[in-house]
Design a protein around this ligand. Structure first.
Ligand code: MN
Length: 209
């Protein structure tokens, strides 16, 4: 993601009802149009009087949080992280049955975890085990190895040198309208709408540097 200030809300790459039965039209409207818009607006607000950081790409800002002035560090961490994580999350989904795990990513998952099912199981454990709000991921770590991880709030794997291949939002706003307190059911539904073509692309970007 190379875009920099002034950040804009990217439209969803599918119709609002495209994931219906897994994730509702209503959830996507609130989640994308309201929640993500707020992160975009607040990130822009944090940077509006900081011309020296306006040319920094989003990933740069999040990798180099420690170099930012204290007055904007938390705002960039929370809102920049919110923009980064959500863009990958929305881009990472597609209507059911469009793709299946395939290619180099599938091979790497089997090599690392033993099977696709084992990776899915470990990712679900990370997603359901995250206390409070946060995210779960399949990442490529700084050694180029696949790994399951989780972050609280809007923190990103970039801060520890890892790169997200799969990403699932486990904030209640991601599922409460459709699943109420049933985060495990939401995870199972999310897993059905993973855009595996995108995941393969992310794998190339993250693990084949
Ligand atoms: Mn969210």
């Amino acid at each position: 993601m190379n875009e920099h200030y002034k950040f804009e809300l990217k439209p969803l790459p599918y119709a609002y009802d495209a994931l219906e039965t897994q994730i509702s039209d209503q959830t996507l409207h609130f989640h994308h149009d309201k929640h993500l818009q707020t992160y975009v607006d607040n990130l822009n607000k944090a940077l509006e009087n900081q011309p020296q950081y306006q040319s920094w790409a989003l990933e740069e800002l999040l990798k180099r949080l420690d170099e930012l002035p204290e007055s904007i560090r938390t705002a960039v961490r929370n809102n920049g992280g919110g923009v980064y994580n959500h863009q990958l999350y929305f881009d990472g989904m597609a209507p059911v049955t469009t793709t299946m795990p395939h290619g180099k990513l599938k091979d790497a998952i089997v090599k690392t975890f033993g099977s696709l099912e084992e990776m899915q199981k470990q990712l679900k454990t990370a997603a359901t085990g995250r206390f409070g709000s946060g995210w779960a991921y399949l990442v490529c770590n700084s050694d180029g190895q696949l790994e399951i991880m989780s972050t609280p709030n809007q923190d990103t794997p970039l801060a520890v040198g890892s790169c997200p291949v799969l990403i699932v939002d486990v904030w209640e706003h991601a599922y409460y309208l459709d699943y109420q307190n049933r985060r495990p059911d939401y995870f199972d539904s999310w897993y059905m709408v993973i855009n595996w073509d995108m995941a393969e692309q992310r794998f190339e970007q993250c693990c084949c540097k």
